[in-house]
Design a protein around this ligand. Structure first.
Ligand code: PMP
Length: 421
């Protein structure tokens, strides 16, 4: 279906946009796992704001909290002043997330985006250690500002900016279950050898599952070994949980499964639960070496986002229900995707994921794109990721119903059949 007829001619926007090319319609309304375009056509959303809408669009409890706050003239912008909304969020974070997990983190509001959280983490690691280099992984995505871009892997995103590799040591992200290479062991050997030429880095920054990199899942053992190497060589471990945090992989923090406690954690995307921009950088208390005002910004957390974030933590993280639910569904999604891969063995499709983030990798990136387009015409939004956009990335809201989940998976199956013809 050609839906470009819906687009306004006056939209003189930069060519830099990309999602809008794949889905050339104007979206207007959304609730739960469904969005609607201006012509009233409904789509199942397995894109969910690239991992932002873990509780779906306009989740009722959050909407109610937001509406009542605005109706009561609650303060919206307050820089870093104490506000009731801020205190409520910090209390909910302690009560429902940090205390039950025995985590003793200081909380910092570094700005509205995931990128802001990564920048603060990198700067803090440098300040604490007095060292400046960082270990980052192939396939990593950490953001678009120059510091976060320097630790991002994608050559196409880095190229124009001329972001130098100086200060960044790139290691292979080889933590896939059953992999034969071992990045952490290599790093350990280099740091021990005394003549590797590798000056001791300040930190290692890692995603437990690479979202933009193509749903690459590190094994818990690999992550645990990486954490050990960091301890052994006095490097800080930064887990970028911007996309995989807030329950995407099951537990609130994606690193919980590996039994590790990072020194610094970056959170954003699904944190506000309502698609409102917000991020946090969490770090061990003894790393709090910031001077007042040393790292500031106008939008370091917005009270409307605090209100929905606190409501999200109260609604979804009071007990383990959502986590258990996600774990229960992971097996079902994996099974269905494996069936699809098996049915089309000739395509060499590979399946991987955790919780409710799943990737279906094709040998031919064009095929992955065709599957995405076929899904769109059948009413499913699903994006591609990976170095060559060769991986169909499924990120349904965690609150998707069983029927919607099956409907989406059925569309994926049909779309692969259609695209493979
Ligand atoms: N880190 C990770 C792991 C991400 O997936 C993203 C966004 N895709 C970012 C950082 C950057 O977040 P933002 O786009 O909000 O700046």
């Amino acid at each position: 279906i050609d839906r470009t007829d819906q687009l306004p001619e006056a939209a003189r926007e930069s060519e830099v946009r990309s999602y809008s090319r794949e889905w050339p319609v104007q979206f207007a309304h959304a609730r739960g796992a469904r969005v609607q375009d201006v012509q009233g056509r409904s789509y199942l959303d397995f894109f969910a704001g690239a991992g932002t809408l873990n509780y779906g669009h306009n989740p009722p409890a959050l909407k109610e909290a937001l509406l009542s706050y605005v109706a009561g003239d609650g303060i919206t912008h307050s820089l870093d002043l104490f506000t009731a909304a801020r205190t409520e969020l910090l209390t909910a974070l302690q009560q429902h997330v940090l205390t039950p997990r025995g985590l003793d983190y200081r909380v910092m509001f570094p700005g509205p985006t995931g990128t802001n959280s990564v920048e603060a983490a990198l700067k803090l690691a440098r300040k604490v250690t007095g060292r400046s280099s960082v270990v980052a992984f192939t396939g990593a995505f950490h953001g678009m500002s120059l510091g976060s871009l320097s630790v991002t892997g994608s050559e196409s995103k880095r190229a124009g900016a001329g972001v130098p590799l100086a200060g960044v040591h790139r290691m292979p992200y080889d933590g896939f279950a059953g992999g034969t290479v071992n990045g952490p062991a290599l790093l350990d050997a280099m740091l021990r050898s005394g003549n590797s030429g590798l000056d001791r880095p300040a930190a290692v920054i890692v995603e437990t599952v690479q979202g933009e990199g193509g749903v690459n899942v590190a094994s818990p053992e690999w992550l645990a070994e990486l954490s050990d190497v960091c301890r052994r060589h006095d490097m800080l471990l930064i887990v970028d949980d911007v996309q995989m945090g807030c329950g995407r992989t099951g537990p609130f923090f994606s690193f919980e499964t590996a039994g590790i406690v990072p020194d610094i954690v970056c959170l954003s995307k699904a944190l506000s639960g309502y698609g409102l921009p917000m991020s946090l950088t969490l770090f061990r208390s003894e790393l709090d070496v910031w001077e007042p005002g040393e790292h500031n910004g106008t939008f370091r957390g917005h009270n409307l986002a605090f209100v929905t974030a606190a409501a999200a933590l109260r609604s979804y993280w009071r007990d383990n229900a959502l986590e258990n639910w996600t774990a229960h569904r992971a097996g079902h999604v994996e099974e269905r995707l494996r069936e699809v891969a098996l049915r089309h063995e000739g395509l060499g499709a590979r399946v991987r994921g955790r919780g409710l983030v799943w990737g279906l990798e094709f040998r031919d990136p064009e095929l992955a794109r065709r599957v995405g387009r076929a899904a769109f015409t059948r009413g499913l939004l699903v994006e591609t990721s990976g170095a060559r956009d060769e991986v169909l990335k499924l990120l349904p809201p965690l609150t998707v119903s069983d029927a919607e989940l099956d409907e989406g998976l059925e569309i994926v199956a049909e779309s692969v059949t259609a695209a493979a013809k």
